[in-house]
Design a protein around this ligand. Sequence first.
Ligand code: ASP
Length: 595
Amino acid sequence: MLPTSLRTNTCGELRISDINKIVTLCGWVQKTRKLGGATFIDLRDRYGITQLIFSGEDGNSEILNQEGFSRETVLKVTGLVIERESKNKNLPTGDIEIKLQNVEILNNSITPPFTIEDETDGGDELRMKYRYLDLRRNVVRKNLELRHRIAIETRNYLDKQQFLEVETPVLIKSTPEGARDFVVPSRMNPNQFYALPQSPQTFKQLLMVSGFDRYYQIVKCFRDEDLRADRQPEFTQIDCEMSFVEQEDILQTFEGLIKHLFKTVKGLDIASIPRMSYADAMKYYGNDKPDTRFEMKLIDFNSTTKGKSFKVFDDAETVIAICAKGASEYTRKQLDELTEWVKRPQIGATGLVYARFNIDGTLKSSVDKFYNEEELKKWAEICNAEKGDLILVLAGAEDKTRKAASELRLEMGNRLGLRDKNIFSCLWVIDFPLLEWNEGDPNLLASLAGRWHAKHHPFTSPKPEDIELLNTNPGAVRANAYDIVVNGVEIGGGSIRIHNKDLQAKMFDVLGFSKDDAQKQFGFLMNAFEFGAPPHGGIALGFDRLCSLFGGADSIRDFIAFPKNNSGRDVMIDAPSEISEEQLKELNINIITKK
Ligand code: ASP
């Protein structure tokens, strides 16, 4: 790195070839130790750690002897680069050390509330509160370096493909993407509110009407949803839109981006990304974002098991099996524990039936009374089971059982070590349904319950051959919508849009908007469609999730510099927080507090 006024080098760059140079470094004291007559200090900055050595007879002994340095003191040190006697192979600078000639304390530090080390003693909340210290730790900083790299490579790829990065506004009007909006009161327009964008969806479509042809933006989006490990109220998307395209063009372009990122950031060559219809994903994996690192597909067990006097199966709406390879030697205890696991409310199964295909070729099940060995052989055949496999069977109501089977599959995948974080399996899921019946989703406004709801968003176009069904069987209409899934995580999704005013009006009608409401909320878009809107479509990739996936982590939190906690709070700056009476008055907001 180029020298600055305060330093000649960083703490990560000196090597054996620098021996005999006089250098000046700045950084934080990682640790100090005394050994014999000498004092050793590890000095740390973003680039690495360099060992400093001071042995009594040198100048500046006063400052070194008197104080010893407490952790995190900021030093400016000057000295001679010398070869280390005992080298440290684990450090890039491990061949050298700096023989100190001069030390200046640039700033003191009080004792940090947790150790600034890879394995820290600080708990989650504490580290969140002192996030700026947590960010000094290698592991967290590396995540943000990875994030930076992914952003740069995204820009490189999209720039080469003629995409223009355009910024869209943050203070906007509600866009119904399926979640609640965060709203911002307007001082200059009393009683009126902006909404923070859930995504720049309508703006990017308007940019297509403007003829921008290819747009992208790495952009903050805001959704007021209940939080989970992989959700944050504000998150970042790689948001893109293209004109004069069909679904195939988008899949090709963004398959290109995914491959480019894997290649340049992780050094991995990704094969062509397979595609699966939503219907198949649900049928074989019970899930619209299947983890395809392993098989263990869901098997329809209805005709195999019904009519043999086993009431549980006979009475069930559906019976589904999975075949866990090499798990026939699961002990009774393990199986009991697995049964308890599927009965947890989050999974919701009523019980678990199993059949072992033993190594010696015999078959034994937990329902031997109803199914003899001949019958079990058929089970094994349908499951393609081999000696050593374990068949697990769930039965009950269709949706619930499929979901439980999907969870059980993932759990068995975990237990059998089939979900290696270093293996990446990408998949396009296509042909999503256009609409979904909303029974009352806790993440949606209550007033939207008992209505059709856009599965993707209201601007997604139906497949032309299904448009007629909008009048007769809306639930059967398929959309020109697609998701990209990696290792069972939805990394992004998009669609070909409606670009025709009448079809867009029809869509709002199906979604239960009155003509007036549709005009009020989306008049700007439908009007724009009257000025020669080109056919267009796009996609948005979850940038934080992509980073955590590349970083081999489950949570996106550690890939965001200043994240919120599970209750949506920033515990470091203490937000959200109350505002003063004066501010409230200016905003024309009356807070009614119940005494
Ligand atoms: N705006 C959509 C979303 O945020 C993505 C898209 O359709 O491009 O999910």
